[in-house]
Design a protein around this ligand. Structure first.
Ligand code: SF4
Ligand code: SF4
Length: 135
């Protein structure tokens, strides 16, 4: 895989922000791909978890901005319990969501959900979904 790496894009500050928000150290990832093979959502993701980790290692946030991987992540921790480097990848995915949400960009817009659909959705799904997908 070719990373779009140059002096403008590689960002130590972004790496530090991801590490700070996640409580993890993305730099220790050795790109083994175990997280991807363990992920039940990988087929739905634009970037597999391993690739998300690779871009995170170089702070390439602009390349991670518009992908769906961290929104699709189900926070199941299947990857985290298998990572040979002990990285909680689910927390890295959460950190990436937070970085987007902190720019006040909601992933879903509650006001655009049709009222008839709102009546059908279970309350717990709404609470969990809004917590994860809105700022
Ligand atoms: S399992 Fe861990 S070390 Fe392997 S690619 Fe995923 S995050 Fe990196
Ligand atoms: S926590 Fe997210 S990235 Fe990890 S295995 Fe589960 S769905 Fe995949």
């Amino acid at each position: 895989m070719t990373l779009p790496m140059n002096a403008q894009k590689v960002s130590m500050k972004s790496i530090e922000r991801i590490n700070e928000l996640s409580g993890e150290n993305v730099k220790v990832c050795m790109q083994c791909g175990t997280c991807t093979s363990a992920c039940p959502m990988a087929d739905e993701m634009d970037f597999f978890p391993r690739k998300v980790m690779h871009y995170s290692q170089f702070g390439l946030l602009s390349s991670l901005e518009d992908i769906n991987s961290y929104w699709k992540c189900a926070s199941c921790h299947s990857c985290s319990v298998r990572c040979p480097r002990g990285i909680d990848i689910a927390k890295v995915m959460e950190a990436l969501r937070l970085l987007v949400l902190r720019t006040s960009k909601n992933h879903i817009e509650p006001s655009q959900i049709p009222p008839e659909k709102l009546k059908e959705f279970p309350g717990i799904m709404m609470v969990a979904g809004f917590r994860k997908l809105t700022s």
